[in-house]
Design a protein around this ligand. Sequence first.
Ligand SMILES: [Zn+2]
Length: 289
Amino acid sequence: MNAEHLLPAENASGAERNNHANKGTAYYYDAKLYNQSGAGHFFTTRYGGVSGANGNVFNASFGKEEPSRKGNVVENFKIAARDHGLDISRFTALSQVHGETVVNVTEEIAGARFGKPGLVIEADSMITRLPFVPLMTTHGDCLPVYLYDRGRAVGMVHSGWRGTAADISGKTVGAMAREFGTDPGNVFAAIGPGICGDCFEVDYPVARVFEERFPEVDAVKWDGARGKFLVDLRAVAVYSLVRAGVRRENISAPEVCTACERNRELFFSYRAEKGRNEGLMGAVIWLEK
Ligand SMILES: [Zn+2]
């Protein structure tokens, strides 16, 4: 692998980040998932693509593609595919709708939006047992949840607040058990960069959803100074996985936030940039067998 191996954002100094900006691509990897054999993964940053006003931004989102720059997302992932020794035509992406549908990526739909550009499937979670079919979801604060049934299958989940409230990660583990015979005790899960419990401000109707559906999780706080509720989506996602049978010691969930000021130069954030973010990050996992 000749890609830059970027350590978790908390560990990257400003100088290192600037260095990445000058040298091209930079990816975030979960250190524990990185050490699992039989699967590969990455999470893109702002750096190293051909999108944006100056043509040097890595945007992973088809929905964020400027009309004058159609084809940029595929060009960006050609770079990522080359960096990781993958075939661009096998990358598979969804049209995300903040739902709870899990799609089993079979040969018929492998390559959706890449090798099969006209194939658009609305869903927020994918699983597959096909080797070297990279599953890609896009993120700009919503949690990426990587699932690896060691040696057998992978799953990639887009878990925004609606998906998290709908238990999408637990449902994806359930779908892997149903479709592939996955034993949740054999699953390794990594939650990648996403909004933290201090940045995710919500009003009462959203806070109440989490209080009602996840009373066992201490995920909601009231911040009187801001006059807002704060919800820790990562804590809820971890709980969902454990409830689905994944062992706590097999879940990596470092608190790397896309909205916190210190990570702003590395990641796009829908919240922090008030929807004016010029791109989104891509979360990718694949089975190697
Ligand atoms: Zn934060």
